[in-house]
Design a protein. Structure first.
Lengths: 111, 118
């Protein structure tokens, strides 16, 4: 079975500070990993995905994530937070048809 | 490209009535569609996988007689919540996988439908 665990249900950073959202995965086979962002009352927007190519994945809005097999991690980072980054972020793993989501991390950006 | 729509985006219904939610892939064909539900401040939980022309596969704990899924065409899947009750109030999100995609992971998500049962 595959799953992801997001450490920290709520992360708060100051505008301009580093954003780090943590995700660890569990999978018996090489996984496909994703980060999605969700704004209130909206669907999911794909930020980036790892599909066994380059381990450092660059996404939209300045986000990137690094796949570390030794740590079974896929943490999401952004060098400088912007107020518009405030949202809910979900890590997800997919293999063999379906997708499983982490519990989500709410990012708050303080002015 | 790869746009998925849902209709309605928001619906209120009375307890005991049924409500149908549509999920459409607008610019691609989708052999497989997925239905998720999301409670406030919680994650998405997969309810069922819908394959065109065949019966949906429901996740454990999801009542198939309550949540009827029909995937009658390659661009449309519907979720009908039958005899809705207040505890069915939730945000329902669908996703679709392009029929031409060779990647099992590829899914495109709809904007969601908020259901409120009074």
């Amino acid at each position: 079975a595959q799953s992801v665990t997001q450490l920290g249900s709520h992360v708060s950073v100051s505008e301009g500070a580093l954003v780090l959202l943590r995700c660890n995965y569990s999978s018996s086979v090489p996984p496909y990993l994703f980060w999605y962002v969700q704004y209130p009352n909206q669907g999911l927007q794909l930020l980036l995905k790892y599909t066994s190519a380059a381990t450092l994945v660059k996404g939209i809005n300045g986000f990137e994530a690094e796949f570390k097999k030794s740590e079974t991690s896929f943490h999401l980072t952004k060098p400088s937070a912007h107020m518009s980054d405030a949202a809910e972020y979900f890590c997800a793993v997919s293999r063999n048809n379906d997708m499983r989501f982490g519990a989500g991390t709410r990012l708050t950006v303080k002015p | 490209g790869a746009v998925v729509s849902q209709h309605p985006s928001w619906v209120i219904c009375k307890s005991g009535t049924s409500v149908k939610i549509e999920c459409r892939s607008l610019d691609f064909q989708a052999t497989t569609m997925f239905w998720y539900r999301q409670f406030p401040k919680q994650s998405l939980m997969l309810m069922a996988t819908s394959n065109e022309g065949s019966k949906a596969t429901y996740e454990q704990g999801v009542e198939k007689d309550k949540f009827l899924i029909n995937h009658a065409s390659l661009t449309l899947s519907t979720l009908t919540v039958t005899s809705a009750h207040p505890e069915d109030s939730s945000f329902y999100i669908c996703s679709a996988r392009p029929s031409t995609s060779g990647f099992s992971y590829e899914q495109y998500f709809g904007p969601g439908t908020r259901l409120t049962v009074t």
